[in-house]
Design a protein around this ligand. Structure first.
Ligand code: SAM
Length: 238
């Protein structure tokens, strides 16, 4: 925020990368709300999805959509707006934009032009899962989504056979069991993992333990919802 006109704080022109909830709508910072309320324009991945969050907080703003398929074009348009003196808040469907979400090209375009780009930190599924997993968090690798094909996934598992840091992976609900099958086949039943499902939501479940035990737990319950899987370093035991 720069100055105040008496009522609404004025935002310094720039691109604000605003983290939003990953489930529980209460998980939004005061600063995120201030930026969303004070900006000229909100760039959203999906205006309908973000519309729910914005209406929950009674925020009425012009929305512009950017996503995987139009991001190149929208990056130029959004940077033009910032260059013209506007403040733009960039949000994704959930969590921190640019982390396995679009937004990177918009940030790069603004940075290339020397414009202000400022993070408004908050929820991130990867860090939320890591923080509650019980796995070593002093060093970790964020791997995002693995390839959909089993052979490529297995090659990834082979590559972390001797890893000395935790790995964080996103997985979809329709692939989670196949993921666990491949994992057990390559890395065996005793490698410690954590499967975190539906974080911050009603059916949040977090299992940490040897892979076979965790896999049985996941199999024994509903696999609806969203998953983060964390893989411990090779020599880690609970
Ligand atoms: N940028 C987002 C972030 O910072 O959290 C991640 C976006 S990525 C497209 C979405 C993936 O994140 C989901 O498929 C799932 O693997 C993970 N995820 C998002 N919300 C989650 C939640 N509440 N519980 C577990 N995993 C979640």
């Amino acid at each position: 925020m720069s100055e105040c006109d008496g009522e609404t704080p004025l935002l310094t022109p720039g691109l604000y990368i605003v983290a939003t909830p990953i489930g529980n709508l209460g998980d939004i910072t005061q600063r995120a709300l201030d930026i969303l309320n004070g900006c000229d324009l909100i760039a959203c991945e999906d205006t309908r999805t973000s519309g729910k969050l914005l209406s929950y907080y009674s925020i009425k703003k012009s929305l512009l959509s950017y996503h995987e398929h139009n991001e190149k074009k929208q990056a130029v348009l959004l940077a033009d707006k910032v260059e013209a003196g506007q403040s733009v808040a960039l949000i994704s469907d959930a969590g921190t934009p640019t982390l396995s979400d679009p937004g990177f090209r918009v940030v790069r375009e603004c940075r290339k032009r020397g414009l202000l780009v400022s993070p408004i930190p908050g929820p991130s599924a990867a860090l939320a899962a890591l923080s509650a997993s019980g796995l070593p968090s002093d060093r970790f690798c964020y791997r995002g989504f693995l390839p959909a094909k089993s052979a490529a996934r297995k090659r990834f598992f082979e590559s972390i056979q001797n890893a000395d840091q935790s790995h964080i992976v996103f997985e979809s609900n329709h692939r989670i069991l196949k993921f666990l099958d491949d994992f057990l086949e390559v890395l065996g039943p005793n490698r410690v993992i954590c499967v975190a499902r539906e974080l911050t939501k009603l059916h949040e479940t977090i299992f940490t333990g040897p892979a076979e035990e965790v896999s049985n737990n996941v199999r024994g319950r509903s696999q609806k919802g969203e998953f983060v899987v964390l893989i411990a370093p090779t020599d880690f035991s609970l």
